[in-house]
Design a protein around this ligand. Structure first.
Ligand code: ADP
Ligand code: MG
Length: 724
């Protein structure tokens, strides 16, 4: 039953509003095919080669600008032939003497062109050559500049397939330093370099957006000079992530990101939120229904949240708490405040399994408190879905729990006042904005919950400056989890011990990871194999959970495990982060050496939730590498998620961090530099100062900064304050 949309908030408009990008940027946002040398064929190759932002299918000129070189080919050496060092790259000025074409039909013999200067001779060598091309390029008797790698072949000097062959008049076309780019098969560096040079030429003269003193202190060039030196280096050191050119660009990217986040936050805070002052009745009923009392940090967090909600500012708060620290209850009680005030609340989980799990936890408590709760995931369809949507729109439903299905355009609330987002790191900024749009006007308060302890720098890139509440302690009665690393050779002994435990009513998660063969199906194979193996020993109390099962089958299996029908649950890594089966007390992780620390910690957090003594067995295959060994030792030593997260980042080092960041939400294209943390912190402070002094970006620098935001495609953020 389609209903007319009654409210369109500012954020909703961002979906339909025409693009307001300044015309000065059009040359950069033109399709890459606008460049000489880039036709449809290369467009396809560029698509593979360039890291395009989400939603961009056809590469644009700007994507070439952000495609950073990995090094430089230095063609500055212009020795006489006699002085040229074999093995090096040189540029030679030669006279073409004679063409020695291979006999027709014999493609094994190369085409040779002998050349000379006053000091010696050299052969230019072409395999599988196109005769016509060579004849045209190298007419006998003419002077040519050729550049490439020179080699000695017996007594003869050779240059095979010169990179450049130019006439004296065209000498300028031969770059003395050439940027080298990450490529893809079929795409030549020369074409890419040529396209990048054209991209640089299209960069307009921007008004400076960086603070003058800051830039001076750093000795950084202006933007255009920076991109020119990166793509058309004048010194090999220009193309380095520590060069002033690259550093400037990295900072620009970080500043744009921090400013965008700052604007989002500012628009949040600036809007007069509605005052949500509950009378405490629903909360009291929930407290009565809870089988435990809240921890001190749960109380503090709730105090902070209710203060936010009762103020006339909008809430944007992160609730950080280690696995098992009890975030769900905090979410429920926060939502109860909204309901007490006569409004609705939503709880969003990243997956269906988690959404259902939340429902199961919350529903009994909610029912006891007289709250009406509903579930909406991708699985609710047709009439069922219509009914859910109708109840939501009429206000019959107080709390809705769901997945990203809640973001869909036809989901309307009567009065959404609080959105709680669980495991936020899996959602994007766009979705966050889309969710806000569901609220009345702009009054939706947002509480983001994360189980992964995020180090400060990452927190800042994701969220900028948001308020944080931390759950620092585990609920009382939690027993420590005994963690041991166990070589796979001791598997039989382990199984024996587990057998003893099972007799006492223990329950076991048994996780099998991806086998490194690049195929997802091998993960399944490993799990299936272990499942079959354990079934032989323990019979049909062993269940199997993997990604290829239908959602319903997954639920059924989980439900059987939760009910205790299954004693052992063999699972691939699909076993969800937030799954809660308090009776499960043993976690076995195979090939633990292949997991990152954070992931091991997440998995381990599945146990230790009940009254039984809990164990985490990290099975590994010897020999253990040094890092892997340190990881597993760390797991044995501590259960402190924050310490583990910090160590994780240290152990993984730059390369992997880079990968994680790139695959994660913020995704930097230029800013992956060794000084990342320092630059980020500076950009963060800079953005804050800017917005304090000039919240509308209406000063001269503000205008330049708007350009920066568009340049880095933070259009959404710009719109936020344009509409304000
Ligand atoms: P997470 O922070 O990982 O989402 P949950 O909210 O799933 O943690 O809580 C984990 C378990 O701890 C649940 O079984 C929950 O009922 C229980 N729990 C939460 N708060 C308390 C408390 N104050 N005392 C005892 N148990 C609690
Ligand atoms: Mg949770």
């Amino acid at each position: 039953m389609p209903r007319p949309r009654t409210r369109r908030s500012r954020a909703a408009l961002t979906e339909t509003e025409p693009n307001m990008r300044p015309a000065a940027l059009n040359p950069l946002f033109a399709p890459a095919t606008a460049l000489t040398g880039i036709g449809p064929r290369f467009q396809v190759l560029l698509r593979k080669c360039l890291a395009l932002p989400p939603g961009v299918v056809d590469p644009r000129v700007i994507d070439l600008l952000w495609h950073m070189p990995t090094g430089v080919i230095d063609r500055r050496a212009e020795p006489a032939i006699r002085d040229a060092t074999p093995g090096s790259i040189v540029t030679l000025r030669v006279r073409v003497l004679k063409h020695r074409a291979p006999p027709r039909g014999n493609s094994k013999v190369p085409y040779k062109v002998s050349c000379e200067d006053d000091t010696g001779k050299i052969d230019l060598v072409f395999f599988h050559a196109e005769r016509k091309f060579i004849e045209r390029q190298l007419p006998e008797g003419e002077i040519r500049f050729v550049s490439g790698r020179i080699e000695r072949y017996g007594e003869v000097l050779q240059m095979a397939h010169p990179d450049y062959i130019v006439s004296e008049e065209a000498r300028g076309e031969l770059p003395s330093l050439e940027a080298v780019y990450p490529l893809t098969a079929g795409l030549s560096g020369k074409i890419l370099a040529k396209a990048a040079r054209q991209a640089v030429d299209r960069v307009p003269d921007f008004a400076e957006w960086q603070d003058a003193d800051w830039r001076k202190a750093r000795g950084w060039p202006d933007f255009k000079t920076a991109v020119r030196h990166i793509h058309m280096p004048e010194d090999p050191s220009d193309v380095s992530s520590v060069s002033s050119f690259w550093q400037r660009l990295a900072y620009d990217e970080l500043l744009a990101g921090q400013l965008a986040l700052g604007l989002v936050r500012q628009s949040f805070k600036a809007q007069r939120g509605r005052v949500l002052n509950g009378n405490g009745t629903v909360r009291a009923r929930i407290a009565d229904a809870l089988p435990f009392s809240l921890t001190a940090s749960q109380r503090v967090a709730l105090e902070e949240i209710s203060t936010d909600l009762s103020s006339n500012h909008r809430m944007l708060r992160l609730l950080q708490g280690d696995v098992g620290s009890g975030k769900t209850v905090v979410a429920l009680i926060s939502m109860a405040i909204a309901v007490e005030a006569g409004a609705q609340a939503a709880l969003m989980a990243p997956t269906e399994v988690l959404a259902r799990q939340h429902l199961e936890t919350i529903e009994p408590l909610a029912r006891a408190a007289g709250l009406r709760v509903a579930l909406l995931t991708g699985r609710e369809k047709g009439k069922t879905r219509d009914a859910i949507l109708a109840a939501l729109a009429s206000g019959e439903t107080d709390i809705i729990i769901g997945t990203h299905a809640l973001f869909q355009a036809d989901v309307d609330f009567k009065d959404l006042a609080l959105a709680v987002i669980d495991e936020q790191h899996r959602f994007g900024v766009h979705q966050r904005l889309a969710l806000q749009a569901k609220g009345r006007g702009d009054a939706t308060n947002v509480l983001v919950m994360t189980a992964t302890p995020i180090p400060r720098t990452l927190l800042m890139t994701h969220y900028g400056d948001l308020d944080v509440s931390k759950l620092t302690e585990k609920p009382a009665g939690r027993k420590p989890i005994v963690t041991r690393k166990v070589p796979i050779e001791s598997l039989e002994k382990l199984i024996e011990r587990i057998g003893t435990q099972l007799k006492e009513g223990a329950q076991v998660y048994w996780v099998c990871p991806l086998i490194e063969s690049g195929q997802g199906s091998t993960e399944l194979a490993a799990a299936e194999e272990r499942h079959a193996h354990l079934r032989q020993i323990f019979g049909d109390t062993v269940g199997l959970l993997h990604g290829a099962l239908s959602a319903r089958e997954k639920d059924e299996t989980m439900a059987r495990f939760a009910a205790g029908d299954l004693a052992i649950l063999v699972a691939t890594t699909v076993i969800e982060v937030g799954v809660n089966v308090p009776n499960a007390n043993i976690m076995v992780i195979e090939h633990a050496e292949r997991f990152g620390l954070a992931q091991l910690h997440q998995l381990r957090g599945r146990v230790g939730r009940g009254s039984r003594e809990s164990f985490c067995m990290l099975l590994y295959k010897s020999p253990l590498g040094e890092t892997a060994s340190q990881r597993l030792d760390m797991m044995e030593r501590t259960e402190d998620g924050f310490r583990i997260a910090e160590t994780d980042l240290q152990l993984r080092g730059g390369g992997e961090m880079l990968g994680a960041r790139q695959s994660g939400e913020p995704g930097f294209r230029l800013a992956e530099v060794p000084q990342f943390d320092e630059l980020l912190a500076a950009a963060h402070d800079d953005a804050r100062l800017i917005l304090t002094k000039d919240p509308d970006l209406s000063s001269a620098r503000g205008a330049a900064l708007r350009m920066l935001l568009y340049l880095f495609e933070c259009d959404e953020a710009v719109r936020l304050f344009r509409a304000a």
